[in-house]
Design a protein around this ligand. Structure first.
Ligand code: NAP
Ligand code: HSE
Length: 427
């Protein structure tokens, strides 16, 4: 095998694949010094061979997987197609054929990470996925390597660029949700189906991957409680602003004595908190470890070149491992089997906005429902009292999720409650 040229098969030439192609080309002069070999993209698998692709030699393109899996000279496969199948099968076949794999695919790692990492260990090859979480921000390598001496108890972050972009535009420019989403799609931040972004599923997958790496226990996407930002209204934005806060879609993962807690939901957060200052498509991740204390990682979480930065960084690591014959050095770190705590038991503070009948005694009846369900009230604001209706905003103390749910279910049954307009957790 020629160790001076490392041949690559690239799967997918969309936002990420195109960035990877460009970045490998941009760095080609320095590869010899960086990794002692040159990288060469030998074949690129695409879905539609007829699509116009500027600056790409047509002879590189194929729509036949056999052209990559059957080529023994290809030693690294980069998966930038997305989705579960055929990506999963292709990666397993590549690993079985002794090829190392770099992927940006969080859907796949969040669901089948264990299977893929075990296959990589069995075949003594690398499987790296830095780009799968928070795009260009280094976070998987820090969790698995740089912070390996720590007992990590908390990972909190803004890990979806599309929703952070939308919320920023809603807050700063009064843009409506649809317009801001269309801009995020145009900029290449959004997933093929943006439901995954706006409903918190994309962030949920990233939190599952980070929780697994941080807490050494396999956390899968199904373990993550997710809520998106589609119900956030201009009125919620106005209240948050009035309280000197902003609204962010946060991923929260904690290792508690009762088990791992992991969820993604919009939160009202003080505007001076470092996470509140993360704007547009930027992402940020806080990690707390017992030895290091607080750390924060910040950068671009999506887009062509930031994501390519993470993918190509992984390729360089694989190439170095090949030069030194130490493939499969950093594999699966899930040597514990910590339970995932039931989400209903998790405590949160809530902001609840509702429309009620405007008459004496209403507030007392509502306060009683909260009290009956062990929900302690910290703040009450009444706005827009019209002749018949008033808007009430209630802030609660930290209460168990299921107590809050029971209280809200009871409120919905009351004739004096016309509408529960929004329920948002507070950081
Ligand atoms: P994309 O723009 O939709 O590109 C997907 C590419 O894969 C296209 O070139 C498509 O071919 C090809 N493809 C899809 N299915 C295929 C199949 N069955 N056979 C052959 N080719 C196939 O997607 P992307 O935004 O680059 O995302 C790729 C992956 O990176 C996803 O897992 C995503 O979650 C992840 N990621 C994306 C970002 C980002 O900012 N976009 C950031 C981090 C991670 P055609 O060109 O012929 O249609
Ligand atoms: N759709 C994702 C985002 C891309 O908006 O963050 C990066 O995973």
């Amino acid at each position: 095998m020629d160790n001076k040229v490392i041949k690559i098969g690239l799967l997918g030439l969309g936002t990420v694949g195109t960035g990877v192609y460009k970045l490998i080309g941009r760095r080609s002069d320095e590869m010899e010094q960086k990794i002692g070999a040159n990288l060469e993209i030998e074949k690129i698998l695409v879905h539609n061979l007829k699509k116009t692709r500027h600056g790409i030699e047509q002879s590189l393109l194929t729509d036949r997987w056999e052209d990559i899996i059957g080529n023994e000279e290809i030693r690294i496969v980069i998966e930038a197609m997305g989705g579960i199948e055929p990506a999963r099968t292709m990666i397993l076949e590549a690993i079985a054929a002794g090829k190392s794999v770099v992927t940006a695919n969080k859907d796949l790692i969040a669901e089948h990470g264990r299977e893929l990492l075990e296959a990589a260990r069995e075949h003594k090859v690398d499987l790296l996925f830095e780009a799968a979480v928070a795009g260009g921000i280094p976070i998987i390598r820090p969790l698995k390597q740089c912070l390996a001496a720590n007992e990590i108890d908390e990972v909190v972050g803004i890990v979806n660029g599309t929703t952070n972009y939308i919320l920023t535009k809603m807050f700063e420019e009064g843009m409506d949700f649809g317009e801001a989403l269309a801009q995020a799609q145009e900029l290449g931040y959004a997933e093929a189906d943006p439901t995954a972004d706006v409903e918190g599923l994309d962030a949920g997958r990233k939190m599952a991957i980070m929780a697994s790496a941080a807490f050494h226990s396999r956390v899968v996407f199904d373990d993550v409680y997710t809520e998106g930002i589609t119900k956030i209204s201009a009125r919620d934005v106005a209240y948050a602003r009035e309280f000197d806060c902003v609204i962010k879609l946060l991923g929260v993962a904690r290792n508690t004595p009762e088990g791992i807690v992991v969820g993604v939901y919009p939160m009202i957060i003080d505007k001076n908190h470092p996470l509140a200052t993360v704007r547009e498509s930027f992402n940020a991740v806080f990690v707390h470890g017992d030895a290091v204390g607080d750390t924060m990682f910040y950068g671009r979480g999506a887009g062509e070149m930031p994501t390519a930065s993470a993918v190509v960084g992984d390729i360089l690591d694989v190439a170095r491992n090949m030069q030194y014959g130490c493939m499969g050095r950093i594999g699966c770190g899930c040597y514990k089997e910590l339970p995932v705590k039931e989400f209903g038991e998790v405590k949160n503070r809530f902001f609840l906005r509702m429309q009620v009948t405007n008459e004496p005694g209403v507030l007392a009846q509502i306060a009683k429902v909260f009290g009956d369900h062990k929900v302690s009230i910290e703040r009450v604001v009444q706005r827009e009292a019209k002749k018949m209706h008033a808007e009430l905003v209630i802030g609660t103390a930290a209460v168990k999720e299921y107590h809050m749910k029971d209280a809200v279910d009871a409120l919905k049954e009351m004739p004096i409650v016309k509408e529960i307009s929004s329920i948002i957790r507070e950081y």
